[in-house]
Design a protein around this ligand. Structure first.
Ligand SMILES: NC(=O)c1ccc[n+]([C@@H]2O[C@H](COP(=O)([O-])OP(=O)(O)OC[C@H]3O[C@@H](n4cnc5c(N)ncnc54)[C@H](OP(=O)(O)O)[C@@H]3O)[C@@H](O)[C@H]2O)c1
Length: 272
């Protein structure tokens, strides 16, 4: 497995993942490490450092010293932290090749005009401004490479960005913004080897719904009742796949559903 074309292409790369403490980001960390265990650097970022340290130790125990893992505390919603982030990285982790802009969240199911201002702000600051600031912080590293620049930006969007639903207007708007930014950026970087890619998951079972319902696990569980949702590993496999293509191949856009889902609100539920 480790001698596959994909493993070879990923060898020697430095991968930065935001929101690596849980769900899709956490799974991406493991999937990159398992796919290219001989020579890889992972910079894992999120707000919960204890989680990141545990994940780093688990990866190290599983794949060994070929993968170097650096956990770093980073709140992407804090522009000051993002601004100083790259400069604070140890030299050996600064040559980022792949940025996975995964950190994101949804808060509540309120409908206008009842949406809490605080929730509106945190969703935009994290999902949109955070993603844009991270991209701008890392792009100079990509652009300094020969031939106009090289590197991968993989943005985690959502079906919500394509198919807005009632009770999710702000989250949907943030993911539509991610989509617009991603598509414009790909055009802006057309004379480089920088690949700008978006992966839009449908329903994935992670801590996402627990966060949406402010920690209420029973409400979160009800979201998945009668469903067979995607796992975060399902999305991580696609993330690593797109990063592992030949440099001239850009998997610009993907939409991934579990088999019972056909739109944001079209879900077949088994009767229980
Ligand atoms: N689950 C789904 O059904 C689904 C569907 C489509 C798209 N997505 C997208 O997938 C991405 C990952 O979500 P998930 O489903 O894996 O949910 P999750 O399990 O709740 O993970 C979210 C991650 O984002 C991090 N995060 C949140 N706010 C942050 C901040 N201000 N700064 C840094 N990190 C922050 C969290 O870490 P800390 O709390 O430790 O900071 C956590 O690691 C999100 O962009 C989400 O919108 C999810």
């Amino acid at each position: 497995m480790s001698t596959s074309a994909m493993a070879k292409r990923l060898e020697g790369k430095t991968v930065l993942i935001t929101g690596a403490s849980s769900g899709i980001g956490r799974s991406c960390a493991f999937e990159f490490a398992r796919t290219s265990p001989k020579d890889l650097k992972l910079v894992l970022t999120a707000r919960r450092m204890d989680r990141l340290r545990e994940i780093a130790a688990e990866i190290q125990a599983e794949v060994g010293d070929g993968v170097k893992v650096l956990p770093v505390e980073l709140d992407v919603a804090n522009p000051e932290q993002v601004r100083g982030f790259v400069a604070r990285l140890p030299e050996e982790f600064r040559g980022i090749d792949v940025l996975v802009n995964n950190a994101g969240l949804v808060k509540g199911v309120a409908r206008a005009p009842e949406i809490a201002e605080e929730d509106i702000n945190i969703m935009f600051q994290t999902n949109v401004t955070g993603l844009i600031n991270m991209t701008q912080a890392v792009l100079p590293i990509f652009k300094a490479r020969p031939g106009g620049g090289a590197g991968d930006i993989i943005n985690i969007g959502s079906i919500a960005g394509r198919d807005p639903y009632a009770g999710g207007s702000i989250y949907c708007a943030t993911k539509a913004a991610v989509r617009a930014f991603t598509d414009a950026l790909r055009k802006e970087l057309i004379d480089t080897r920088i690949r700008v890619m978006e992966i839009d998951p449908g329903q994935v079972e992670t801590e996402f719904s627990v966060v949406r319902f402010y920690g209420d696990k029973s409400k979160a569980d009800a979201v998945y009742a009668g469903c067979d949702p995607l796992t975060p590993d399902d999305i991580a496999e696609v993330v690593v796949f797109v990063a592992g293509r030949r440099q001239n191949v850009v998997v610009a856009d993907t939409l991934i559903f579990p088999s019972h889902q056909a739109a944001a609100g079209v879900m077949h539920r088994k009767q229980t």
